[in-house]
Design a protein around this ligand. Structure first.
Ligand code: ZN
Length: 49
């Protein structure tokens, strides 16, 4: 089962190792940003300080 999860994570992350890059997008409101785990998405990202 762990092998399947590992393969799935690899596919989602698109990287051989390490965690998937997490970033944020503008959500419904400024206080509620949308979390995105897609490292290849081309939507404008929210700068988190
Ligand atoms: Zn994104």
């Amino acid at each position: 089962m762990s092998k399947i999860i590992s393969a799935l994570k690899r596919t989602i992350a698109g990287a051989p190792d390490g965690e998937a890059p997490v970033h944020f997008h503008q959500g419904m409101t400024d206080s509620f940003p949308e979390v995105c785990h897609d490292g290849r998405c081309d939507r404008p990202q929210l700068q988190v300080r």
